[in-house]
Design a protein around this ligand. Structure first.
Ligand code: C2E
Ligand code: MG
Ligand code: MG
Ligand code: MG
Length: 293
């Protein structure tokens, strides 16, 4: 397989080129295979969204969920987005898949509301191609109208690389989306290279501290300093701030003492299928006593 070929190439040293070529071919045919399976998956409706809770640190209440796509592959089982989103982007399928996710998240959120559950915000991840190469505002307006969902219950997550790919057009698209009443979050904040001067102009509502920083707080002093700085930046710009990838009580305590608004991570819950999320929404319980104590 491809990894083994790569390993041998590194080990053998001399015949590198040959092994590298074999690896490239393996990768190219894997991409073609996945591409054709992705097209089929769209037709056969093989994608699902799982929803990961986001809780307010002060009240302990669930305030939103992030919709995360998975692929129910007929042979491979449940496949995570890192395995197919990059290929979908490369092969021009991301608009179809991403728009499906956006639409499904709107439909599901309204279904929870119709079932009498407390209204929450659903956050959806966007790819650069969705943001820059289609009329995203019109597409979203059509979904909101069809499902009669209030714009304030939909949050769009964009990354710094989306923003910097075309900063001026992002500023104008974002202001249209804001006028529609949508919520905007900057995902994986700190891992890209966005200009701080744009932060003010983007009219984002929220910064999401990337989990690569959160992972080693409070033990690592550099990551702790970065996390503290992002929280204080967000506060001074009047943005909400949420920490991603919170797994331990020690991380929770650090974030709480630094004034972080919200958290998302395995400590609270893994991403859940819609039905399970609905049950937990109905029960209204999110945090174990050991976390809040
Ligand atoms: P992301 O938007 O930064 O999503 C957070 C990722 O961190 C998710 O991985 C989530 O399952 C994972 N995570 C959450 N809490 C923890 C934790 O405590 N520990 C650890 N180790 N991981 C945690 P997932 O679901 O595999 O998604 C990966 C990425 O795929 C997402 O990163 C997002 O960039 C992309 N993605 C997911 N759904 C969509 C979609 O509908 N459209 C697009 N364009 N991209 C998507
Ligand atoms: Mg995200
Ligand atoms: Mg993220
Ligand atoms: Mg990410």
């Amino acid at each position: 397989n491809a990894d083994a070929a790569m390993y041998h190439a590194k080990e053998s040293g001399r015949n590198n080129y040959q092994f590298y070529t074999a690896d490239m071919n393996a990768r190219a045919s894997e991409i073609l295979l996945v591409e054709s399976q992705l097209r089929r998956a769209l037709e056969r409706d093989e994608f699902v969204l799982h929803y990961q809770p986001q809780v307010d640190m002060r009240s302990g209440r669930l305030v939103g969920v992030e919709a995360l796509i998975r692929w129910q592959h007929p042979e491979r089982g449940l496949v995570g987005p890192n395995q197919f989103i990059p290929i979908a982007e490369e092969r021009g399928l991301i608009a179809a898949i991403g728009n499906w996710a956006l639409r499904e998240a709107c439909r599901q959120n309204k279904a929870w509301q119709r079932a009498g559950l407390p209204a929450i915000e659903v956050a959806v991840n966007l790819s650069a191609l969705q943001f820059h190469h289609q009329d995203i505002a019109n597409f979203i307006a059509a979904q909101l109208a069809e499902f009669e969902l209030d714009a304030c219950h939909l949050c769009l997550e964009v990354t710094e690389s989306i923003i910097m790919e075309d900063a001026e057009s992002t500023v104008s698209t974002m202001s249209v989306l804001k006028q529609m009443g949508l919520r905007l979050a900057i995902d994986d904040f700190g891992t890209g290279y966005s200009s701080l001067s744009y932060l003010k102009r983007f009219k984002a509502d929220k910064l999401k501290i990337d989990r690569s920083f959160v992972a080693d707080v409070p033990g690592d002093s550099d990551d702790s300093a970065i996390t503290r700085a992002v929280i204080s930046l967000a506060r001074n710009l009047n943005l909400q701030v949420i920490a991603e990838g919170v797994e331990t009580a020690a991380q929770w305590q650090f974030l709480q003492s630094e004034g972080c608004d919200e958290v998302q991570g395995y400590l609270i819950s893994r991403p859940l299928p819609a039905a399970e999320l609905g049950l937990r929404l109905a029960a209204g319980e999110w945090l174990g006593r050991e976390i809040l104590a």
